[in-house]
Design a protein around this ligand. Structure first.
Ligand SMILES: Nc1nc2c(ncn2[C@@H]2O[C@H](COP(=O)(O)OP(=O)(O)OP(=O)(O)O)[C@@H](O)[C@H]2O)c(=O)[nH]1
Ligand SMILES: [Mg+2]
Length: 448
């Protein structure tokens, strides 16, 4: 027996032992890590190319030697979904724009504890995703319309380079408002404060306390008075998704919307407006954490998100007269927040029947499990009359696209002829906000 054979056996033994150890010991504790190592063989992407590009935007060379003023808001919420973060980003940008300062953008940060990866819903995700992996356009330093003198956005790293010692604002520095005031009123107070400051280098304290309290996004009385200003912001009128997302759309046209619409651009045409895709019907079926979250919403008697509550939208949440803890109230919330397969099919049937345009292509955007989505597809197919049904679970995505796939679904929903969304979802409400900016008919935005 040779020593080579022995060491081969030892190696084999150790290898099998390591696998057994991973499966038996580590799996119950760290399912996702084991899955990542054994099945995917790789960690989530870190998007180095995108980070690098953010360090080299073309306007930096002139900005370095100019009197451009900046506003850096590091107080974005962490450990929240993209929908919640996007809301905060949009209002932070609106404040910088109204104060005539360059908006400083940061990553989509899950945690900033120095880690590369974190857990969300038992899955390994990148702790930070560069914003340019999700977006293009004004938010991430893209051009503003000609004649708009507002400075372009810059990255956090550029800001730190040109502003080593910024003036730091505390959220408490502006008084005279409470969380009962409208967002318009609060923003006005902030603009007055910020425009009175000469220092070009200005930032909010990094306290995770936001300028507009998160509750406001669910209060139409407070947020919608800001809409006439917001809806004209180039940020929204020139809203643009990243090349990564547009590439994902192009690669998946056949999954989303066959037959492919030849050469029709998804964004960037005249005035940045594009027509909705004829016949495309998108439904946002919010699953996952909403299974429990919908009960919490019932307990709070929470209203729909403000941007799901524009006056012109046909579906309203008819909040129950029953006490919020009653079985009737809970049922009402489940019916609209976490509808059953039968309820989904029924609503889709009704909305399709009431649509002036024939809706032939159905796209199910969802974070629901693949097996459940398959069943839902079958139930919807039984309605008949479709030329195609696709879903988030049918997409072919690259490794980098996989971790920002919610943005692709938002793009599809934004361009759909008709959308049914979840009234409490910030993801739905951001899509409705973009659809309203683009001038799509209000009645094309429906809710469960
Ligand atoms: N791909 C995909 N992901 C989704 C979809 N809906 C939800 N998600 C995922 O779940 C997260 C949703 O959380 P948020 O963005 O916070 O939105 P929300 O939970 O619907 O609304 P809030 O109640 O305001 O938090 C997203 O960031 C996605 O990761 C969907 O339709 N498609
Ligand atoms: Mg959420």
């Amino acid at each position: 027996m040779s020593t080579g054979f022995l060491s081969y056996r030892v190696f084999n033994f150790l290898f099998l032992f390591a696998i057994a150890f991973l499966i038996i010991v580590a799996f119950p504790f760290n399912r996702s890590l084991v899955h990542t190592l054994l099945v995917d063989h790789r960690y989530p992407p870190l998007y180095p190319k995108y980070h690098q590009q953010e360090l080299e935007l073309p306007h930096y060379t002139t900005y370095e030697h100019s009197d451009v003023k900046y506003l850096w808001a590091p107080n974005h919420p962490h450990r929240v979904g993209w929908g919640n973060l996007m809301q905060d980003y949009v209002l932070s940008y609106a404040l910088a724009y109204a104060s005539n300062r360059s908006f400083v953008f940061d990553d989509y940060t899950w945690v900033d504890d120095g880690s590369e990866f974190s857990y969300f819903n038992g899955k390994l995700i990148p702790s930070q995703v560069p914003l340019t992996a999700l977006l293009s356009g004004p938010m991430v330093g893209g051009e503003l319309p000609p004649n708009d003198p507002t400075p372009l956005a810059v990255s956090k790293d550029f800001f730190h380079r040109v502003c080593p010692n910024p003036t730091v604002l505390q959220v408490s520095d502006v008084s005279g408002w409470t969380d009962a005031d409208t967002v318009e009123f609060i923003m006005d107070k902030w603009v007055q404060k910020i425009t009175s400051i000469d220092d070009p280098c200005l930032q909010f304290a990094d306290t995770k306390e936001q300028i507009v309290d998160v509750v406001a996004y669910g209060q139409k009385e407070r947020l919608l008075s800001f809409w006439p200003y917001m809806s004209k912001l180039p940020l929204l009128t020139h809203w643009a998704w990243s090349h990564l997302i547009l590439d994902a759309f192009e690669a998946n046209r056949e999954v989303i919307f066959p037959p492919a619409v030849p050469s029709s651009p998804v964004q960037g045409s005249k005035n940045n407006r594009t027509e909705p895709f004829p016949g495309l019907f998108a439904i946002h079926v919010r699953r996952g954490d909403f299974k429990d979250h919908c009960h919490v919403l019932a307990h709070w008697n929470a209203d729909w998100n403000a941007f799901n509550s524009f006056l012109q939208l046909p579906d309203k949440l008819d909040r129950s007269k029953d006490p919020r803890t009653s079985a009737e109230n809970k049922q009402l919330y489940m019916d609209h927040c976490y509808p059953t397969m039968e309820q989904i099919v029924e609503k889709v049937k009704q909305v399709r029947a009431g649509s002036e345009e024939p809706l032939k292509y159905l796209y199910i955007m969802t974070n629901g499990p693949a097996s459940w989505v398959k069943e839902l597809k079958n139930a919807l197919r039984d309605l008949g009359g479709w030329e195609h049904i696709g879903s988030s679970r049918d997409l072919n995505l690259t490794w980098e696209q996989k971790y920002v796939a919610q943005a692709l679904d938002m793009l599809v929903a934004q361009k759909a002829q008709v959308l049914i969304g979840n009234g409490w979802s910030s993801l739905t409400s951001n899509v409705v906000m973009l659809r309203m900016t683009e001038g799509q008919p209000p009645e094309s935005n429906r809710f469960w």
